[in-house]
Design a protein around this ligand. Sequence first.
Ligand SMILES: C[S@@+](CC[C@H](N)C(=O)[O-])C[C@H]1O[C@@H](n2cnc3c(N)ncnc32)[C@H](O)[C@@H]1O
Length: 267
Amino acid sequence: MLKPVIKWSGSKRSQSAIIKEYLPAQFNRYYEPFVGGGSMLYAIDPSDAVCGDICIPLIGLWNEIKNNPIELSESYRLRWTRLQTEGYQAYYSIRDDFNRSRSPQDLLFLSRTCVNGLIRFNANGDFNNSLHHTRPGISPDSLKKIILDWSKHIQGTEFVAADYTITTESAKTGDLIYLDPPYFHTKGRYYGTINFDTFLTYLEQLNRKGIKYMLSFDGIRGEDDFTVELPKELYKRHEFIPSGNSSFKKVMDKESIQVLESLYLNW
Ligand SMILES: C[S@@+](CC[C@H](N)C(=O)[O-])C[C@H]1O[C@@H](n2cnc3c(N)ncnc32)[C@H](O)[C@@H]1O
């Protein structure tokens, strides 16, 4: 499985190889307007792409990975070394810095040293997860290799901090859009929310313009069917993709709950 450069809630890391099998044989520009930790972007590895997210510090971090990978790696080394020498106070001081400045370098450090690597914000956008006391955080040398590798893969990608409708405004017939919006049944779990009706109108417009989309969506978890059915006229195929990394599944591990996520295709 790919090594993430940004650990992000709701990552498609464990499904990206399966989802990739559904790609159309050919497309021009690739768009990913809910990019998060970019697992699909890495799996698809497009030469021409536009990716966006509503989370401004996240997009700041993507631009640092793309444009300043060495400096970013060194900024992690400085913070990580401080943590090893000063202890937990260094973590909370850097977290305060992030909550004042929204610095991408601080965000990278927090994501690699916080509890279970879960990037978590409160309603004001303040980072609120604690230090993972029993782990030192990935070593600067290992992270540098990952950053440099991803940096090579994203040179043809433009990153924008924007609403999904804006990120894909320039899409044309022949382009492909992969959509992984926040789940509609887990309000508040992710940064930002989207309006379901606006989203349906958006899909309708993509169909009218002849733009292909792949949409990951709510699915089935054990006995519970969370499927929010899309109106039939909006898509051509509805597949179920097994998901291996649900945090819910980890908690309930012994019961081995089957988690399936929807993938809708409009061709
Ligand atoms: C399920 S996550 C995407 C995860 C991603 N596929 C990955 O592998 O890491 C949903 C993302 O949508 C973003 N988001 C929420 N509302 C948005 C909006 N209105 N426009 C663009 N992005 C939004 C969140 O910040 C979050 O990163």
